[in-house]
Design a protein around this ligand. Structure first.
Ligand SMILES: [Ca+2]
Length: 341
């Protein structure tokens, strides 16, 4: 699907909830759990699910499917049928998340509005302590994600705790692909907004940067096929977008001056999102290898870009760090040594 054909798959179902936004702590003792689904807050009564909560929190991966089935059976048949989409999303990493998702599905299906949670004073002013932040990060120095086949399934989700909108950003990565068709290099959506930040390769030597659905396109001289190092930056105050390909600056463009790129992103490598964490199209998928991905909440100086291109790790990445990366792979994605960097 063309990345400009936005919002086609959007709906009001909470079809994606990040474990990072679950909270319970003190509110759990009050027999409530709140759930932040980005711009919505649901409060969930822990009642019939008490026992399930207690017994599921420390489950091992291999037991999750069994427990997930049990949890789903807690829902009445009518609710289950209403929440097919949501169930497809059930996160298989955290039993707690699974439980809350199913509970939230029930609450949503029962027609309770998220405002109720606010009315009860249970919604946090800030997103609660991240469960995901406890998940292990991996040092991928010298390694790449290999996307070995063309599909509409295979992808990597990059996990970051980005709670404030971005006024400035820089993104760098290395990619090696022999695709000559268009593909997504970096797809960043926020809840309810497609193409919030997207780096898209249209054809050989032509790259587009999308900010808040607007787009600029730049041209570079490059050999095909050959590994490429790409940095792109955007600055809200001027709207100036820059591309650097293999350490060389391309002609500057400008877009979305004064805009802020939304927080709580869903970041996907390997596929181009048309909804929040989904809406993939095989014809825009990436096939090849991606490595050395870093993202900052600032515009790097040209000297810094060159250091990054040369492989220096002096510049401390604030949003995504290849040397401490939190990610999840889905489908056929393999981590291998980088042999071409
Ligand atoms: Ca899109």
């Amino acid at each position: 699907m063309d990345p400009e054909q936005s919002d086609r798959n959007e709906n009001n179902v909470i079809n994606s909830v990040d474990c990072c936004s679950l909270g319970s702590d003190k509110t759990f003792r009050k027999r409530f759990v709140y759930l932040m689904a980005y711009d919505k807050c649901l409060v969930v009564k822990i009642k019939t699910l008490d026992i399930a909560y207690e017994t599921n929190i420390s489950l091992k991966d291999r037991e999750e499917q069994k427990e997930k089935d049990q949890l789903e059976n807690i829902q009445p048949e009518s609710l289950r049928s209403k929440n097919v989409k949501l169930r497809n999303w059930v996160n298989n990493h955290y039993a707690l998340c699974t439980l809350i998702l199913v509970t939230a599905a029930a609450i949503t299906a029962l027609g309770q509005e998220h405002e109720q949670a606010d009315a009860l004073g249970l919604c946090p002013r800030h997103p609660p302590r991240s469960l995901c932040s406890d998940s292990l990060s991996t040092d991928l120095r010298g390694k790449v994600f290999v996307f070995p086949r063309e599909s509409s399934i295979d992808h990597v989700t990059l996990i970051t705790k980005l709670e404030k909108p971005l006024k400035n950003l820089t993104l760098c990565l290395r990619a090696y692909s022999d695709l000559s068709r268009a593909y997504s290099l970096f797809s960043y959506n926020i809840y309810g907004k497609d193409n919030e930040l997207l780096v898209f390769k249209n054809r050989i030597g032509e790259y587009s940067l999308y900010i808040g659905k607007a787009k600029v396109t730049v041209r570079a001289t490059e050999e095909f096929p050959s590994p490429v190092h790409i940095c792109t930056s955007w600055e809200s105050s001027t709207g100036i977008a820059e591309f650097w390909v293999n350490g060389k600056p391309l002609v500057k463009r400008g877009l979305k001056q004064g805009y802020s790129v939304g927080a709580y992103p869903k970041i996907v490598l390997g596929q181009e999102q048309d909804s929040y964490g989904g809406g993939f199209d095989k014809s825009q998928s990436f096939m090849g290898e991606i490595g050395d991905l870093y993202m900052w909440n600032s515009v790097l100086w040209p000297e810094e870009i060159l250091l990054v291109y040369q492989g220096s790790s002096l510049i401390n990445p604030t949003i995504l760090d290849w040397q401490a990366l939190k990610y999840e792979t889905k489908g056929y994605v393999i981590v291998k040594p980088m042999v071409w960097g």
